[in-house]
Design a protein around this ligand. Structure first.
Ligand SMILES: C[S@@+](CC[C@H](N)C(=O)[O-])C[C@H]1O[C@@H](n2cnc3c(N)ncnc32)[C@H](O)[C@@H]1O
Length: 296
């Protein structure tokens, strides 16, 4: 007689829907999934998104502004693609990437070393819900396709706000399911039918990609996510709709005085590594707003 499948095997065949489980179960599932996918993670990301993931991270990095610490924190950095893109685009900055799964960080460290960026990018194992950094350490905090995997989004955003300098910004890239005809006619069939086949061909854990579809489908729609950002204390909130709304870039600013803050917009660093060397910059006043412009 065959042995009954172990719990791990059962889970890998069929993860439960994210709506029907507790936060702790969701976190356990995320840990299990990202421990098993790193080998083919980058490859499948590029194939399944038709390389749009590269363009989305590039767009986010182009929006980043550095003016005080010249230090970016990449939360849920995974294999460090956002960290690497930012370091290339902004030669004056240092980047710290954190992730709670060492198996994801290992290929990230190899890529960083291969690209000669080990002096500027460090990758640490840490939890987004308890960042091991003092308050006001970073000009910018990025998180690409990570917030969907953190069930307590408000707590995670509050933690990101804590480590930002006043005037610093958070950059959140995330996918969601736009409820339009294009979604129903193309994206939903693609995600539900085509993507699982491709994942079955290439991934050691194809069920992880069913979780991917489920977590995208149940991520809050943009207005609801912007409301969570507001509750977490971010002002000047903006949303950019990417690739017909399947992905969004959300930007929010840490301000000490609500809606009207004075922040440097473009600064050439006098001394990139030092917090005092902010150099001269163009100053501008920003007011609280939510915008939905599309860059593509
Ligand atoms: C979909 S991957 C995104 C990786 C990378 N940012 C990218 O753009 O490809 C999500 C990552 O979030 C990490 N993660 C999820 N919850 C986390 C938490 N609470 N703290 C730290 N990392 C977390 C996972 O380990 C995984 O590497």
């Amino acid at each position: 007689m065959m042995d009954p499948p172990s719990r791990k095997e059962t889970d890998r065949n069929n993860y439960p829907p994210v709506t029907g489980i507790s936060r702790d179960e969701h976190i356990g599932m995320v840990r299990e999934i990202f421990t098993t996918v790193p080998g083919r993670y980058d490859f499948l990301n590029h194939v399944l998104s038709l390389r749009r993931d590269v363009a989305w991270r590039r767009f986010a990095v182009r929006k980043m502004r550095f003016f005080d610490t010249f230090h970016l924190l990449d939360v849920a950095t995974g294999t460090a693609d956002l960290a690497i893109e930012a370091a290339r685009r902004h030669p004056a900055i240092r980047v710290t990437g954190i992730d709670f799964i060492p198996e994801m960080l290992a290929p990230g460290r190899e890529k960083v070393a291969r690209r000669g960026l080990a002096g500027r990018i460090r990758l640490l194992q840490a939890d987004a819900l308890g960042l091991p950094f003092p308050d006001a350490s970073f000009d910018a905090v990025g998180i690409a396709f990570g917030i969907r995997n953190i069930p307590d989004r408000l707590a995670a955003l509050r933690e990101m706000r804590r480590v930002l300098v006043p005037g610093g910004r958070v950059y959140v890239l995330e996918m969601n399911a736009p409820k339009n005809r294009l979604w129903r006619g193309f994206f939903a069939p693609y995600l539900n039918r085509v993507l699982p086949h491709i994942a079955r061909l290439f991934s050691q854990n194809p069920a992880a990609y069913l979780y991917l579809v489920d977590s995208i489908t149940h991520f809050p729609p943009p207005p609801a996510f912007l409301a969570i950002m507001e509750e977490a204390g971010f002002s000047n909130r903006e949303r950019y709709s990417l690739t017909l709304g399947i992905t969004s870039l959300y930007i929010g600013q840490r301000s000490e005085n609500g809606g009207l803050v004075k922040v440097p917009q473009t600064v050439i660093p006098a001394n990139p590594g030092s917090r005092s060397g902010t150099g001269a910059g163009i100053q501008s006043y920003l007011t609280t707003q939510d915008s939905g412009s599309s860059p593509e």
